[in-house]
Write a protein that binds this ligand. Structure first.
Ligand SMILES: C[S@@+](CC[C@H](N)C(=O)[O-])C[C@H]1O[C@@H](n2cnc3c(N)ncnc32)[C@H](O)[C@@H]1O
Length: 283
């Protein structure tokens, strides 16, 4: 089973105000006094603290990482909510309903673009199989949609062309200049976490070329949806970083079409990723 736990990345999440404040607003909109909340992958513990501040009667804060579990346990025990937050060091996919009270609200921020990297998809399905999540459970975030588009990107790093995946938001303001869109952007995959979904993602789309040029990258962009905040949470530095997957150069002209296929296992990381783009020949 692939484990995903990284302390530096958890700090990056904590410091990402647009992400963290969006989750805070949704938790405040959803969690009622007396609720039971499950925080899946508590990391710094911030989501559990938000839930406790809303009056949650019990918050189960689960974390797989040894160091992170220790740090968050210490944070909770020194907080005003030590009697209401229950830390548990466990792999989320091994959690059983008998270990906790059934939650009214589940907060799970194990989100990466397409759900390729972190195990949000497998974790959500495991919690459903365990009877911890059902149709009554409010899940934060509720859904995710991933779109694809074709770009011409600048893969030049330090004077060398590196056809390495580019994570867009890692770059500063000047990053916009590193790629330009050459096709329409199409929502190619959507998941509602409450519903059944297949962890094996298979995307096949034909994109329309909007500008003549040379395609060398496939841009994947994911946006999540909260139940009470209708707008999708946009991409941000620690969450759903758009990624440009390198492609072999394809010369294309405006109005033509390109077939794109993408396959991966949710939570399987880039090891599981297969993708290609080829020009669509008419007739
Ligand atoms: C993106 S961080 C989010 C941390 C924190 N909840 C927040 O929103 O700031 C994901 C957290 O989930 C934990 N995690 C990842 N996979 C897990 C799993 N299968 N079971 C339990 N925790 C997991 C990681 O160690 C990490 O702390």
């Amino acid at each position: 089973m692939k484990i995903w736990s990284d302390t530096e990345y958890v700090y990056r999440c904590l410091a990402d105000e647009s992400r963290t404040l969006a989750f805070k607003a949704e938790i405040e909109a959803v969690v009622k006094p007396g609720d039971v909340v499950l925080d899946v992958g508590t990391g710094s513990g911030i989501m559990s603290i938000f839930a406790a501040k809303c009056g949650a009667r019990r918050v189960y804060a689960i974390e797989v990482g040894k160091y992170l579990a220790k740090v968050s346990r210490d944070i909770f025990s020194e907080s005003d909510f030590a009697d209401r937050i229950v830390p548990l060091r466990i792999e989320a996919r091994e959690l059983e309903l008998s270990m906790i009270e059934k939650p009214d609200v589940v907060v799970c921020e194990q989100v990466t673009t397409g759900l390729i990297g972190e195990p949000q998809g497998p974790v959500m399905n495991a919690l459903k199989r365990a009877g911890i999540i059902d149709s009554q459970t409010v899940i934060i975030p509720a859904a995710i949609a991933t779109s694809i588009s074709l770009v011409q990107a600048d893969f030049n790093f330090y004077g060398t062309e590196l056809k390495f995946p580019i994570f867009v938001d890692y770059f500063t303001k000047s990053f916009d200049k590193r790629y330009q869109a050459l096709s329409d952007e199409r929502v190619a995959h959507s998941v509602n976490f409450c519903e059944d979904f297949n962890e094996k993602v298979m995307i096949a789309e034909t994109l329309k070329v909007s500008r003549t040029g040379c395609i060398n990258g496939l841009l994947l962009t994911s946006r999540t949806n909260f139940t009470n905040i209708p707008e999708l949470l946009g991409t941000c530095v620690s969450y759903c970083q758009p990624v440009i997957l390198p492609l072999n150069n394809i010369d294309i002209s405006e109005g033509s079409a390109v077939h794109v296929s993408v396959q991966f296992e949710m939570g399987g990381g880039f090891d599981s990723l297969q993708y290609e783009a080829r020009a669509h020949r008419l007739g």
